[in-house]
Design a protein around this ligand. Structure first.
Ligand code: UDP
Ligand code: MG
Length: 319
């Protein structure tokens, strides 16, 4: 069998070589063939020249290089479309995903699992971050149709079947965590100890994480819109009850003028709710806007020219 390892890289110049050494050391001892597909996601450091060096020197290495930074989702998609293997492993280029797990993944793949997922614990993460993400996943699983699991990321093996299913979803707004779960298939989860990044820094800032969180909530269904209907109805009912009690009170006890506090609170709360749900509706419209443009997910500036190229072109024009 042929295993493709797909590695999105954004400013990983310091990691590419050690990634190659480390990973191939482990794969060389195995009884399957492998290829490494690196995707340079518009890095501003020497990632591209490192990748060129590797692919010149080693036959099993190929790369795709984007014209600018398109984000990890696009980079993963490009690599997956390019990969030729019977199975594909997705992993980060910063050595936070231990390659030691790959042989285990292949083992479960050969037992018939279509997705073999590596799940990390949150050791070494800041307490605030890990408790926030715990809360997030709790809420998400209430809101979203697909199930999302804390600690499960993109590090996983996909069989050719699962991969084709994944590639058949060609929406513009890709939220992979949800897509992996949406396609289904028999899956197996391996647990591993979290690894703290050694070289370079994480590309996740607080605002990026927040936006990613909102993406997750909105990408999968219209439950947030549904929630706004319920909340609107709830507020309306409360409003009616309030008006009725006030009316009765006025009829029996006459009008007492001071009402500033209730007035202002009503304006503030209802105003806030309205803005929030306007925002949610806007978010959906924005997505429709992006989907309807049907832009490609990424633009390739250069890539290794091999026989694979043809196969890739096929996907590329379909995307
Ligand atoms: N990455 C990418 N494009 C981006 C951001 C990140 O291809 O715009 C890659 C990055 O090079 C790494 C992986 O995605 O291989 C995970 O990124 P990072 O380590 O910053 O995320 P974290 O591990 O902190 O979740
Ligand atoms: Mg990382």
């Amino acid at each position: 069998m042929l295993l493709s390892v797909v590695v999105p890289c954004f400013n990983e110049g310091n990691n590419v070589h050690s990634f190659y050494e480390y990973t191939t050391n482990i794969l060389a001892g195995e009884d399957f063939q492998y290829e490494l597909v690196f995707v340079n996601d518009g890095s501003s450091d020497d990632t591209l020249s490192c990748l060129k060096e590797l692919s010149d020197r080693y036959e099993e290495v190929s790369y795709i290089s984007f014209s600018r930074n398109f984000g990890k989702e696009a980079a993963m998609l490009a690599g997956l479309q390019y990969a030729e293997g019977d199975a594909v492993v997705l992993m980060d280029g910063d050595l936070q995903h231990p390659p030691e797990l790959i042989p285990q993944m292949v083992h479960y793949y050969s037992k018939g699992y279509h997705q073999v997922i590596a799940k990390r614990n949150r050791k070494g993460d800041a307490v605030i971050k890990s408790s926030l993400s715990k809360l997030y996943y709790k809420m998400m699983n209430k809101f979203v149709d697909v199930s999302l699991v804390n600690g499960v990321g993109d590090f996983r093996l996909l069989s050719r079947k699962a991969l084709n299913a994944l590639l058949s979803l060609n929406e513009y707004n890709r939220f992979s965590k949800g897509l992996f779960s949406w396609i289904g298939f028999k899956e197996y989860t391996i647990n591993y100890e979290n690894v703290v990044r050694e070289e370079g820094e994480s590309k996740w800032t607080l605002s990026k994480l927040l936006n990613y969180g909102i993406d997750g909530g909105i990408s999968f269904n219209n439950k947030p819109l549904r929630a706004s209907i319920y909340m609107g109805m709830g507020v309306t009912v409360l409003g009616f009850i309030y008006v009725l009690t006030m009316l009765v009170k006025i009829l029996f006890a006459g009008i007492d003028v001071p009402g500033y506090f209730t007035l202002i609170s009503a304006i503030l709360i209802i105003g806030g709710l309205q803005l929030t749900f306007l925002g949610i509706i806007g978010e959906y419209i924005g997505r429709i806007y992006y989907e309807s443009k049907k832009r490609p997910h990424y633009i390739i500036e250069e890539e290794t020219m091999t026989a694979k190229h043809e196969n890739h072109q096929k996907w590329h024009t379909h995307a």
